[in-house]
Design a protein. Structure first.
Length: 106
């Protein structure tokens, strides 16, 4: 019985530790990549047969500098992102949802 209680406590700690805190660099990359992919889908639907490779974007990398907590489930993070061959630094607002981190307009 004591082993079961200790195992349950350890498992709970690991599960809860993943539910809090600011987004990681990988979380931000994944959320931003979803936006890039959605934009590419829109471009493809508008251009149809006239699409050229330079019309689509590719998120190559994201570097997180810092994050500021806005609420329990949202953060504003300063990042440097490379899209295609353009490097830009900007603030990105993210919110934690059941589907992971999502980029939001703030």
């Amino acid at each position: 019985m004591k082993t079961y209680a200790v195992t349950t406590l350890i498992a709970s700690i690991f599960l809860l530790s993943g539910c809090t805190g600011e987004p990681s660099e990988q979380d931000i990359y994944t959320a931003m990549n979803k936006v890039v992919e959605q934009t590419n889908v829109i471009v493809k639907s508008i251009a149809r047969n006239d699409i050229t490779p330079d019309m689509l974007r590719t998120l190559k990398s994201v570097k997180k500098h810092d994050c500021e907590k806005l609420s329990d489930k949202s953060y504003k993070c300063n990042v440097t992102a490379v899209v295609d061959n353009e490097k830009r630094t900007a603030a990105v607002a993210l919110v934690k949802t059941d589907d992971g981190w999502q980029v939001v307009d703030k």
